[in-house]
Design a protein around this ligand. Structure first.
Ligand code: ATP
Length: 590
């Protein structure tokens, strides 16, 4: 496919807001791709160069792009920069500069999608002295021989600012439509995506082998599985009832979620966001190579610093801070990490995900029996709410976060939040019993000194998975620390959007919109119904038409922006609605 054609589809996508129309355009676009380029088109449309676990960053900063636009069009850097500051959109700046180019246009080259993708990959590998100039030249070369419309996307793509309004869920639906003429095969495609975390790879198999290939999709080493997530319920009674009277109850550790892949002496670790984090855990790697009774294995656990002598656990924040302060090596010697393993997905060529929890756990325990570093999570089998409650209390006493109850007969459901895992955390009297993770979609200047400073408050949203959009649920205007104020201002200014981002559904209008990217942890007193927030508003049936909002929201946590979650991993609309009903239920019980 020529890049010109791809840019044409992108222009069409930008011009529409109906999700159905978008799915149609994307499906036509995928259909028009050649057999072995659909993966590249998918990555480009996602705005990335590769799946998250490959860790390929574009390596292009705003300044580099401004220099490239200037070099390609003969305008001064200052002019390009001024234009960019005014529009807030590097793509529009590139398009405008290209239209009014001062240089004699070299005969336009018809770049293919493959060529543009290959150049971007090449740029991502350039480093060291003089690397900026080499990148500028390569980018300028692409821009100067392209049309203004192409230049727009060449400029936006490596900065991660494509602004097409397309999320993973929409891409999956479009792939389904391309392959079967219907959107409902999305579930099968999502199943394949959940076990490889690579939309490009799913697209390739689909293009080459059709749905047949997708149904045969297998878990493979060094392609991380999208993690199973836990539901919430507030009381031991409800958990035990839901579990049918008997359940495994595991301690809930507040550390780093680690998915470990091992084949012989090669071990890699992936985070909850499916990024490779192998470097952070030397002691776990050594233990995985030497201690495990398995040549090849994929399993999951939570890593945190644990003091054998005092029996003290160091939670996530403290573990991270110590690592930063003392360095990974020193820390691994002075206070080694333990990995509390809680699930097994694959071992010695066998897929364990469909095997019931009790079978997976027994096999996992056998594989770990010789390790002191990788140990099974603490757990009991409970047959009454009382037992669960006592285990919960003793876990809290040990300094842990709570418990996760697990259905003994359930399979591992990759990428899904189901009631086969139910978490219960310390509850805070009179407040919501859990924090929520919200995406920042805009910000306000506020009044007086705040306005002068350039930041006054946030507009935050939950993620609606079925609509693939972000729905507002809270305005946060108080309780920021100095550090939070300056960090938020600095980060948000960089991702301002000239208009409302396509995937944001909002009635409120902040002073500035931002691309949905950053997740913050928010605590509130309660959830209320709201006519001004769109969270849950577009639901059909009971309660539809009026949204949900947080009462007295404030940021919590030491990290201002949550580094282990991306926008689509934020709390979902469904969860907010569910938390509202838990809260209603609790207030009746009190
Ligand atoms: P979620 O992962 O549910 O979106 P979150 O990232 O905010 O939310 P929590 O609400 O703390 O995390 O609960 C789930 C997380 O608990 C898991 O992602 C996992 O990292 C962690 N965890 C700790 N101990 C266990 C355990 N024994 N079994 C499963 N998960 C555990």
């Amino acid at each position: 496919m020529l890049f010109k054609e791809l840019a044409g589809y992108y222009e069409e996508l930008e011009a529409v807001s109906s999700r159905l129309t978008m799915v149609g355009i994307l499906s036509e676009m995928f259909k028009a791709s050649e057999l072995d380029e659909i993966d590249k088109i998918i990555y480009m449309t996602e705005g990335v160069l590769a799946p998250p676990f490959e860790g390929v960053e574009s390596g292009v900063a705003e300044k580099t792009m401004i220099d490239a636009i200037a070099m390609a069009t003969g305008h001064s850097k200052a002019d390009v920069e001024n234009e960019y500051r005014a529009s807030g959109d590097i793509g529009l700046s590139a398009m405008a500069a290209s239209r009014k180019s001062r240089l004699k246009r070299i005969a336009q080259k018809q770049f293919t999608v493959r060529e543009i993708y290959a150049s971007m990959r090449k740029i991502a590998t350039i480093s060291g002295v003089g690397s900026k100039l080499s990148k500028v030249r390569l980018l300028a070369d692409m821009i100067s021989s392209s049309s203004p419309a192409e230049a727009k996307y060449i400029a936006r793509y490596p900065l991660g600012q494509l602004r097409l309004g397309v999320g993973d869920a929409t891409i999956l639906e479009a792939l389904s439509l391309m392959a079967t003429g219907e959107r409902k095969s999305k579930a099968d495609l999502e199943g394949a995506f959940n076990i490889c975390s690579d939309l490009g790879a799913v697209g390739l198999v689909l293009r080459k082998e059709g749905m047949e290939g997708i149904r045969k999709f297998k878990v493979s080493l060094f392609k991380p599985i999208r993690p199973q997530l836990a539901e919430r319920l507030p009381t031991a009674e409800e958990i035990m009832k839901r579990m049918g009277g008997k359940a495994a109850v595991e301690q809930k550790y507040d550390g780093f979620r680690c998915q470990v892949h091992k084949k012989g002496k090669t071990v890699k670790i992936y985070s909850r966001r499916l990024e490779e984090t192998t470097q952070m855990f030397p002691e776990v790697i050594a233990a995985a190579i030497h201690d495990l009774d398995a040549e090849s294995i994929i399993f999951e656990g939570e890593a945190l610093a644990y003091n054998d002598v005092t029996g003290e656990f160091l939670p996530f924040q403290e573990t991270i801070q110590r690592k930063r302060k003392h360095g990974i090596k020193a820390m691994s010697e002075s206070m080694p990490l333990r990995l509390f393993a809680f699930d097994l997905m694959y071992m010695e060529g066998k897929d364990y995900m469909g095997i019931p929890y009790s079978g997976r756990r027994a096999a996992l325990e056998r594989a770990l029996r010789n390790s002191k570093t990788i140990i099974p999570s603490g757990r009991i089998i409970a047959t009454s709410p009382g037992e669960l409650e006592r285990f919960f209390e003793s876990s809290i006493e040990e300094g842990l976060e709570g418990i996760v109850a697990k259905d003994l007969s359930s399979a591992y459901t990759a990428g899904a939040r189901k009631f086969s895992w139910i978490k219960m955390k310390r509850s805070y009297k009179g407040e919501l019993s859990d924090t929520v993770d919200l995406v920042i979609v805009g910000y306000y200047l506020g009044r007086g000194s705040r306005a002068e400073f350039g930041f006054g408050g946030l507009l935050c949203a939950a993620y609606n998975k079925s609509r693939d959009v972000f729905e507002t649920v809270s305005r946060i205007g108080t309780g920021f620390t100095e550090k939070q104020l300056s960090e938020l201002k600095e980060r948000l200014e960089k991702i301002r959007s000239s208009g409302k981002p396509v995937r944001v559904d909002s009635i409120l209008k902040p002073d500035f919109w931002v691309e949905p990217k950053y997740v913050v942890v928010v605590r509130a007193d309660e959830i209320t119904r709201s006519p001004t927030h769109t969270c849950g508003m577009r639901r059909q049936g009971e309660g539809g038409g009026i949204g949900y909002a947080l009462r007295f929201p404030r940021l919590v946590g030491d990290e201002t922006i949550r580094s282990d979650k991306g926008a689509e991993e934020a709390t979902t609309t469904e969860e907010i609605v569910e938390m509202f009903s838990i809260q209603k239920h609790l207030s009746i019980a009190r």
